[in-house]
Write a protein that binds this ligand. Sequence first.
Ligand SMILES: C[S@@+](CC[C@H](N)C(=O)[O-])C[C@H]1O[C@@H](n2cnc3c(N)ncnc32)[C@H](O)[C@@H]1O
Length: 245
Amino acid sequence: MRMRKKRHGNERLLALSALLYPDTAEIWTPAAEVFGNDRPLKLEVGCGKGDFITRLSVRDTGFNYIALERVADVCVCAVEKYARSRNLGDMAPNGGWLSPEGDLYKDGAAWDIPAELRGNVRFIAGEANSVMEKMPDDSLAGIIANFSDPWSKAGTAKRRLTSPAFLANYKRVLAPGAAFAFKSDNDDLFDYTVETLPQCGFEIVFETRDLHASERAETNIVTEYERNFTEKGIKIKMLEAIPKK
Ligand SMILES: C[S@@+](CC[C@H](N)C(=O)[O-])C[C@H]1O[C@@H](n2cnc3c(N)ncnc32)[C@H](O)[C@@H]1O
């Protein structure tokens, strides 16, 4: 996802840092400590501007979620969208974050959002493999990757979120029976993923090349990218795969 540099991007992340998953230490902070409960945890890799995770988190409330986005300026949009959806205020006209009580957080000030208002999503502005490497084995109830970049130029395939190095991490951190769910507009990336998953120890348990005409259409949450591709008449591909453990 390309984006013009956000003004004060880091400051904006800092203002809402109570909605970030602690990720600076080498040691992984247990999810139960972060969320204050032991609901099963799902991970979205490459959450973009956060529309999908914001809607999933209110529909499937029985889970906690980590939404991971490599580009910090995009992650800012996701965190702010989630905060707005929870009525936690909005951006102030002259910069900073304005809480519903009218308190302004800017110039590096972080709002210590009360725990009961934070909801079931925490964000990480980081790279998927380096974050997953810290996660314990079998710790996730699901991983979701929506419309990840196809990296179609020669020599770039290892950056695909379904290349073997990523799949090895997904396999390790997924709990037995938990699924990796993947949606794409791109036929080549989807074909590549269908071929690579079994080679990396996954069983594909659901597959469609036309999600919006499938049995899953009704429960599907349309993402920002998905909306654009669908408007252009591109069929959406989707699969679910479970690691063999
Ligand atoms: C094409 S966008 C799709 C965004 C969103 N999932 C959607 O469907 O609207 C893919 C996003 O994945 C992020 N991404 C790509 N590789 C990543 C990685 N290794 N770790 C974390 N995020 C990554 C990109 O920065 C980009 O924002």
